[in-house]
Design a protein around this ligand. Structure first.
Ligand SMILES: C[S@@+](CC[C@H](N)C(=O)[O-])C[C@H]1O[C@@H](n2cnc3c(N)ncnc32)[C@H](O)[C@@H]1O
Length: 171
């Protein structure tokens, strides 16, 4: 179920489709879908992988309602937790982060969001970000490296980059 008032309401976003196709699917554990929108990433992964719990996080209330509805339809409500950023318990450590991040909010807000969530990765966990090349996929990689993360171009398709992001000591 999709709706107006949320990102890409009428169809699966092309960048999200590339992320779902190219990034490794989570096998088990607790994962963050950062900027979840109506929940395609969380719902697909929870549906595909029965040992996965997804925190679907967004600032948009309507998006979170749709995530809950979509998770209910797919019968994965017990493993898709829709939450505002401040609704995620502080002690949750993520086994991975998947995100089609909100580029339109501007670099400062995007960087603030990543500074908030990337440190919540477990020691060996990775983040998978999809960004359109023309919207700054390469400069985001450079910024992540400057922040001390190891960020590599993992895959590219249809003008989108998948960035694989981890801690320096895990490489
Ligand atoms: C590019 S959209 C991706 C939506 C969804 N993951 C998809 O693939 O269709 C980015 C999302 O990030 C959300 N967002 C913006 N600022 C945010 C923030 N500070 N924390 C969490 N989500 C945020 C937006 O509301 C939007 O739903």
């Amino acid at each position: 179920m999709v709706s107006s008032g949320v990102f890409s309401p009428n169809r699966l976003d092309a960048g999200t489709a590339v992320l779902l196709k190219k990034a490794p699917r989570p096998g088990r554990g607790v994962f963050l879908d950062l900027g979840c929108g109506y929940g395609p990433i969380s719902c697909v992964f929870a549906h595909q992988s029965p040992k996965v719990t997804m925190y679907a996080v967004d600032v948009n209330e309507r998006a979170l309602e749709l995530v809950e509805e979509n998770a209910r339809i797919l019968e994965v409500s017990d493993r898709v937790i829709a939450a505002k950023p401040d609704g995620v318990p502080v002690d949750v450590v993520f086994d991975g982060i998947y995100s089609n991040p909100p580029i339109h909010v501007g670099k400062e807000a995007l960087h603030e969001m990543l500074r908030l969530w990337l440190p919540r990765l477990g020691p060996d966990a990775l983040a998978w970000l999809v960004v359109a090349r023309h919207l700054g996929g390469d400069s985001l990689r450079d910024w992540l490296e400057a922040e001390g993360w190891v960020a590599e171009k993992y895959a590219s398709q249809k003008g989108y980059r998948i960035l694989k992001v981890g801690r320096a000591e895990t490489e």
